[in-house]
Design a protein around this ligand. Structure first.
Ligand SMILES: [Zn+2]
Length: 241
């Protein structure tokens, strides 16, 4: 046998040995990818698991160890359906992006945003859709410090549509506030605004109130510090530092 034929035979043998290995690798990749997609969709089953997931996500974010960064992969995982475990109602403030500060990526959160994180009928309808149709387990009302909408309410700012928006925040202003206003006053108002918003949500939506009483969902408050990235969760109407 000439050397050329020997080389060809070796190549054929090598291909014969390696082909099953490559096939197995490709099959495993597809299989485990699909399995991971299933886990991604189904891993959060209770409101408390959703809270824990958000807390862990904020810790990863603070430690610069976020894992939900492969957006192309997450688009692929969620292209056929979505099952977000939590709906976050928060402010439009550009420094408060829920998907990033909770390290949730694409497909894990419904997010409703309005200046001052207040409720209205459209927000309530979105929440009822999330919890009833998509079986979302948790609603978080997320306030934050240095909130321009809260500042506007305190300063009595009025504009065409802004006036009615800030009027919804005004009941949270402490009538015994002292002048000049401090950051504490704005902070205090923002925290109370979260609590009052939760109370209004429960009072106005019989659907959500029913799901809450049946322990199908939880509605909790949280407060984001834009100066350090930390989220403090409100439990029993007391903000935990
Ligand atoms: Zn704000």
């Amino acid at each position: 046998m000439c050397p050329k034929n020997k080389r060809n035979n070796r190549r054929t043998l090598l291909l014969f040995v390696l082909c099953p290995f490559f096939a197995l690798t490709i099959f495993s990749f597809i299989f485990f990818k699909n399995e991971k997609a299933e886990e991604h969709l189904l891993e959060i089953k209770t409101p408390d698991e959703a809270i824990a997931d958000l807390k862990n996500g904020n810790l990863r974010f603070l430690e610069n160890k976020s894992v939900h960064l492969n957006y192309a992969h997450e688009i692929d995982l969620t292209k056929k359906e979505q099952h977000p475990h939590t709906l976050v109602l928060t402010c439009i403030d550009s420094r408060v992006p829920p998907e990033i500060i909770f390290d949730q990526g694409i497909g894990n959160l419904f997010v409703a945003r309005v200046a001052g994180n207040i409720e209205d009928d459209n927000i309530l309808g979105s929440m009822e859709f999330a919890t009833t149709i998509k079986h979302t387990k948790l609603i978080v009302v997320l306030g934050h410090n240095h909130c321009g909408a809260v500042q506007g309410a305190i300063d009595n700012v009025g504009l065409e549509h802004l006036t009615q928006l800030t009027s919804q925040i005004k009941p949270s202003i402490n009538p015994h506030k002292t002048y000049p206003l401090s950051d504490y006053t704005i902070d205090d108002t923002s925290r109370k605004n979260v609590v009052l918003t939760i109370e209004k949500i429960i009072k106005k939506s019989a659907t959500l109130e029913h799901q809450l009483k049946n322990k199908e969902i939880k509605i909790i408050g949280a407060y984001y510090d834009i100066t350090n990235g930390k989220v403090a969760f409100l439990e029993n109407n007391v903000v935990l530092k």
